[in-house]
Design a protein around this ligand. Structure first.
Ligand code: GRF
Length: 193
């Protein structure tokens, strides 16, 4: 595989981002060129510091600016963008600059429980209220419409025994941590192999 530089964008605690950084540590072709985080107290920051991974902490206003995001990606020669709990809408200019090169993970089986306002625990709350027996994760390309890009992979889990949001979240996070990084690696092998 040719060498590929990833950017990871996130707004939360970054458990997925940390998993991805760990997965690609010492990888022969893939490196993390930039972690862009909109939460200034995210544990991902200390994690990046400890591992010498470049990070930028930015405001929501900056994260909403196409020019700001493009400048950051160009400056560090980013090839591919991974969203891992990024709560801002990706500007259209970035989608056009990185066609089929931005991916996201959503904590449900899309198209179920997707769309604007459906993120994090709200998704699991809706799943619980709908009495679903199965939920899961969707890894998909990012295009102009929220949660509507082409699906790359989905994985599901049984939640009949889960009677609260925490229990569902734990199961789904387990799937995210098992699958996101390997799916990214598989996809990069296809795109850049
Ligand atoms: C994950 O549930 C992911 O599916 C969603 O945002 C959450 C991020 O969690 N897009 P974390 O910050 O990686 O722990």
């Amino acid at each position: 595989m040719q060498s590929v530089k990833l950017a990871i964008f996130l707004s939360g605690a970054g458990s997925n981002a940390r998993q991805i950084i760990t997965h690609f540590e010492n990888h022969h072709s893939v490196s993390i060129g930039l972690v862009l985080v909109t939460r200034e107290n995210s544990p991902v920051i200390e994690f990046c510091r400890d591992r010498n991974v470049r990070f930028i902490i930015c405001s929501n206003k900056e994260a909403d600016s196409p020019q700001f995001l493009l400048n950051a990606c160009f400056k560090f020669n980013i090839d591919f963008i991974i969203l891992a709990g990024f709560l801002r809408k990706i500007p259209i200019d970035l989608v056009r600059q990185y066609p089929q090169k931005i991916i996201n993970i959503h904590p449900s089986l899309l198209p179920k429980f997707g769309g604007p306002g459906m993120y994090g625990r709200r998704v699991h709350q809706a799943v619980l209220e709908a009495n679903e027996k199965i939920t899961g994760i969707t890894i998909h390309f990012v295009n102009e419409a929220y949660d509507k890009g082409e699906i790359i992979e989905q994985h599901s889990c049984e939640i009949s025994s889960c009677d609260n949001v925490d229990a569902i979240e734990e199961k789904v996070k387990g799937l995210e941590h098992s699958y996101y990084a390997p799916v990214i690696e598989k996809l990069l092998n296809v795109v850049y192999g």
